[in-house]
Design a protein around this ligand. Structure first.
Ligand code: JDK
Length: 233
C-alpha cells in the first residue's frame, strides 16, 4: 500500500517511523511518503492561506497548492493495476472514523491524506479531488483539533496494523475481527497478587469455558457502564 500525506507540518509524522508501522515501512509493505504542501506554492513566501470570502475569523487554505499536489500525487499510482486513489481529508465535518472504516481503507492500494490547518481548506478542493479519486471527509470524533495531522496519524496507525505483515501477532487480529460490538474484557498478567489485588480466580482455573463466559460477562458489564450507546436493545 502507498500512503501519501500532504501537510504544512511534515515533521508531525516523524513518530510513525517508530511503533508497529516502522517495520512495515522498512520491509516495503507500506510505502509512506510525507509531503510539504508548501512545495506546491510558487510565491516567495510559499503562501498556503488567505482570508475567507464572506468574512469570519481566521484564514482558509488556498486551493491552488492543493490542486497541484493532488494532480501530482494522484498520478503517482503504486502499480499499473492500482485504480484511482482514495483521497482522505480529516475534518470535524466528516463521517466518523471507525474500525470498519480502517478495515475498508486497509484494502486500498493508494491512500492520499490531505491535512488542513487554520479554519480548513477551500471547499472547491474537495470537489476537484473527487475528479481524481474517491474523496472521504473523515472525523476522529466530535471535538475540534487544530488541524488534520493528529487525525491522520491515528488513521495511519489504525489502517497500518490491519495490513498483513504489519502486526507481529496475527491471532490478535483474528480475535479483534470477531467484531461483537462490545468493549474488550480486561487483561491481567503476573504477579497473581499485586499490592493486595488478586487476579480474578477464574483466570487461574484453567477452565476455558468458564473463562470465556466470565470475559463475555465483563464485556457486557463494561459496555453498559462506559458505552451504553453500543447496547441498542
Ligand atoms: C482538519 C483545520 C481546524 C477546523 C471551525 C471553521 C467555519 C467553523 C478549526 N475530528 C477532528 N477534529 N478536528 C479535526 C480537524 C480540524 C481541522 C482540520 C481536521 C483543518 N482544522 C479547525 C474547523 C474549525 N470551523 C470554518 C466553520 C476550526 C478533525
Amino acid at each position: 500500500m502507498k500512503i501519501d500525506v500532504v501537510s504544512i507540518f511534515p515533521s508531525y509524522f516523524d513518530g510513525l517511523s517508530l511503533s508497529l508501522l516502522g517495520k512495515a515501512r522498512a520491509t516495503g509493505i507500506v510505502d509512506l511518503r510525507i509531503h510539504d504542501l508548501r512545495d506546491w506554492t510558487g510565491d516567495r513566501h510559499r503562501t498556503v492561506d488567505d482570508t475567507p470570502y464572506g468574512g469570519g475569523a481566521g484564514m482558509v487554505m488556498k486551493p491552488e497548492p492543493w490542486g497541484l499536489a493532488l494532480d501530482e500525487l494522484a498520478s503517482s499510482s503504486p502499480s499499473e493495476a492500482a485504480g484511482a486513489p482514495t483521497i482522505i481529508f480529516p475534518s470535524p465535518a466528516g463521517e466518523v472514523f471507525r474500525q470498519s472504516t480502517a478495515r475498508e481503507f486497509a484494502q486500498r492500494e493508494h491512500l492520499i491524506i490531505g491535512c488542513g490547518r487554520y479554519e480548513g481548506i477551500d471547499e472547491r478542493v474537495f470537489e476537484y479531488a473527487a475528479t481524481l479519486g474517491e474523496v472521504r471527509l473523515v472525523s476522529l470524533g466530535d471535538y475540534v483539533l487544530n488541524g488534520g495531522e493528529v487525525a491522520a496519524m491515528a488513521m495511519i496507525e489504525a489502517v497500518g496494523r490491519l495490513i498483513p505483515g504489519v502486526v507481529g501477532n496475527p491471532a490478535s487480529l483474528v480475535e479483534e475481527s470477531h467484531e461483537d460490538g462490545l468493549l474488550e474484557y480486561g487483561s491481567y498478567t503476573k504477579p497473581s497478587v499485586w499490592r493486595d489485588r488478586a487476579v480474578p480466580d477464574v483466570l487461574l482455573s484453567g477452565n476455558h469455558g468458564a473463562i470465556a463466559t466470565w470475559r463475555r460477562e465483563q464485556q457486557i458489564e463494561r459496555t453498559r457502564a462506559r458505552r451504553p450507546d453500543l447496547l441498542s436493545d
